[in-house]
Ligand binder design. Structure first.
Ligand SMILES: Cc1cc2nc3c(=O)[nH]c(=O)nc-3n(C[C@H](O)[C@H](O)[C@H](O)COP(=O)(O)OP(=O)(O)OC[C@H]3O[C@@H](n4cnc5c(N)ncnc54)[C@H](O)[C@@H]3O)c2cc1C
Length: 477
């Protein structure tokens, strides 16, 4: 069934240039594009799927000049609803998934220039042929464009940083002037010549332009790694362990993940087997790795064993499992699904300075007890960098007003009391726009507002308003 109200001349022009695979107008075929991984689903009037940078610029010009509204979508793995259309059915989805015209690896420069429809796994498959990797590591397989737009972090941020630290250049299409191509493919690590599009568009959640191509740093693949899963007395001991590991093994530390007793119990229940012999109040997965192969004098496994043995003598550690990295990471990656299998889940993606992690966690427990007393806290996350997935199972009949009250109180504690972030990794979207408006300092919002009105004066692009939302500019949230 076709969509009503579409400008048929526009549809014909797009169909003629992009071909049958480049345009979706049948509502059944549109439906898979209408929701994102977690929050956010709406209705779109059509989907366009350009396959080259030139076609991307052309179709943006056509849509914007015709007065249409467009939301850019990569793999829709974003968790704040920003890649989904609004509910009124007036937005076009611009899917980047066919934008796969360039994937060029320069092994000497250790860079890749990649069209944004490629997935992280595609890039890494090709990079591996040169002994290289794009080291942003997460439990989803997003597009490169979505990663740039959301400045994706991941489990190895403690070693490599997020996308922003690994992005050298990009090419993007603006909506003002409509279809204008900007940026470059320059693989320069040094280019100190003023502001550029790269850092302006990275982490702007699709609000300022559509990224078509990115040039990123690649790193040597890790040729040896050693991991341990360590049960500790408390979250405070976990943080102390992170500092001690960094002091001893420095740049070899590549991940330091935390898991609460609730998360461990959920995994045990899900897998039918306890992780540790005795229940543990908290646990950490720690990883050290190096591009230096084994057999060359560097033996990380025995270094880690020796460090652990010494550290255990100092107390605070209850148990430790040293096993193959894949085996231990499987436990870490099982948490999300295990918690969801327990029933309704509420999740908050927050960060605090590592030094406040334990006291923040106590405060979070107190707030959960106050607002949703029957919730079971199953938090986990990248505590090496202060990131926490404050996930909890809640009873089926939990009132949404109670969850909202908890969210408000929790974010206030995170941002105001603990100088943290209400969105550590997942960025800004309709799910948390109101908190962006609340916590972003006014001068910064004014600058963002000026940029947004320059780059998208009629608010035709996306569902994120970095200048802040008013009811008039965006009635369909
Ligand atoms: C299981 C799971 C685990 C995750 N783990 C992590 C994690 O560890 N760290 C982390 O940071 N995130 C994580 N995420 C969130 C998510 O994967 C990232 O935000 C991701 O990089 C989004 O990429 P995408 O291609 O799916 O983008 P989408 O979800 O399609 O889009 C996200 C946003 O980017 C915009 N956008 C997409 N492509 C472009 C483009 N080419 N130009 C301009 N704007 C664009 C969209 O409009 C939207 O605002 C996880 C998600 C899941 C489902």
């Amino acid at each position: 069934m076709g969509q009503t109200g579409l400008d048929q001349d526009l549809v014909a022009r797009i169909a003629s240039r992009l071909g049958i695979r480049g345009l979706v107008v049948d509502s059944n075929e549109i439906e898979p594009y209408e929701s994102s991984a977690r929050h956010g689903s709406g209705r779109a009037c059509a989907v366009v799927r350009p396959a080259t940078l030139e076609d991307l610029a052309w179709v943006v010009n056509e849509l914007i000049t015709a007065g249409e509204r467009v939301v850019t979508q990569g793999a829709a793995t974003g968790l704040v609803g920003a890649a989904s259309p609004t509910v009124d059915g007036t937005q076009w989805i611009l899917s980047t998934q066919r934008l796969r015209d360039v994937l060029h690896i320069d092994p000497i420069n250790r860079t890749a220039t990649v069209a944004v429809g490629f997935r992280l796994s595609d890039l890494n498959r090709q990079a591996l042929e040169h002994g290289l990797t794009f080291p942003i590591d997460l439990g989803a397989d997003p597009t490169i464009g979505g990663m740039v737009a959301t400045n994706t972090g991941g489990a190895r941020l403690i070693r490599y940083g997020g996308v922003r630290e690994n992005l050298l250049a990009l090419r993007a299409v603006l909506v003002n002037p409509a279809g204008q191509l900007v940026g470059s493919d320059k693989g320069l690590r040094k280019n100190n010549t003023g502001l550029d599009w790269t850092q302006l568009l990275c982490g702007s959640f699709g609000a300022f332009g559509i990224v078509g191509r990115a040039t990123v740093k690649l790193h040597p693949v890790q040729r040896q790694s050693a991991t341990a899963l360590v049960a500790v007395e408390s979250a405070q001991v976990a943080v102390e362990l992170a500092c001690a590991l960094e002091q001893s093994m420095g740049e070899f530390v590549s991940a330091f993940e935390g898991m609460s007793d609730g998360a461990l119990k959920a995994v045990a229940h899900h897998q039918g087997q306890s992780v540790f012999a005795e229940p543990a109040p908290y646990a950490v997965l720690l990883e050290v790795s190096s591009a230096v192969a084994t057999g060359t004098g560097l033996d990380l496994e025995s270094m880690l064993m020796t460090w652990l043995e010494n550290r255990m003598e100092q107390g605070g550690i209850l148990d430790a499992i040293v096993d193959k990295p894949a085996q231990l990471w499987r436990i870490r990656h099982a948490i999300s699904e295990a918690v969801q299998s327990q029933g309704p889940m509420v999740a908050f993606d927050i960060a605090v300075p590592r030094s406040s992690f334990a006291s923040f966690r106590d405060e979070a427990k107190r707030l959960i007890e106050e607002f949703v007393p029957d919730a079971v806290l199953c938090d986990f996350g990248h505590i090496g960098d202060g990131g926490v997935h404050l996930n909890m199972s809640v009873p089926l009949d939990t009132k949404s007003t109670a969850i909202e009250s908890l969210r408000v109180a929790l974010y206030d504690a995170v941002v105001v009391k603990f100088c943290g972030s209400f969105s550590a990794e997942h960025g800004i979207g309709p799910y948390n726009q109101q908190f962006y408006d609340r916590y972003t300092e006014e001068p910064l919002r004014r600058v963002c507002s000026a940029l947004q009105s320059q780059l998208d004066p009629a608010l035709q692009l996306g569902n994120v308003r970095l200048g802040g939302v008013t009811v008039e500019d965006w009635p369909n949230v």
